[in-house]
Design a protein. Structure first.
Length: 153
């Protein structure tokens, strides 16, 4: 779970290293379900025999599948304001896919708070740097700068 602090304490967490999320396995069933949901059935994601002939040697997760896991992964780590009535994804300033996630890999997120802005009373906009690492790999799967809007009571 993310650390919960008062809205006045959030700024104290800017650029602070926080514990990462738990590892999450990326299995073929998840990749296939994402392909079905997005209508993206490119062979590198869903055809194990054909994908085995590529430099990756196996199927890989869609980049957008990895990105779509950010709410789940970041919901386990980082810092959030107390008294949240609702939180919404406010977008991303930047997303970079640095390395493909091979089927059977495990990923986890690291979140670093970069900015806190009270848009209006009871609405706190945070900017976070999120890195999704792949177990056993030096290069991360993705790095993103994400925005979350918290409605606090």
């Amino acid at each position: 779970m993310p650390e919960t602090v008062s809205k006045d304490q959030l700024a104290d967490y800017i650029d602070r290293d926080m514990p990462p999320s738990e590892w999450l396995a990326i299995e073929q069933e998840r990749i296939d379900a994402f392909a079905d949901a997005t209508l993206d059935h490119q062979f590198i994601h869903v055809d194990e025999e054909k994908a085995a002939q590529t430099p990756f040697g196996t199927t890989i997760a869609h980049g957008y599948l990895t990105l779509s896991l950010l709410p789940y992964l970041t919901g386990q780590c980082g810092v959030i304001p107390e008294g949240i009535a609702m939180a919404i994804n406010y977008g991303s300033n930047k997303v970079r896919f640095l390395q493909p996630v091979k089927v059977g890999s495990e990923v986890r997120a690291h979140v670093k708070l970069k900015d806190v802005n009270e848009k209006k009373p009871g609405q706190i906009l945070t900017t976070s740097e999120v890195t999704v690492e792949i177990r056993g790999e030096e290069k991360p799967a993705l790095v993103a700068e994400t925005l979350a809007l918290y409605f606090v009571q």
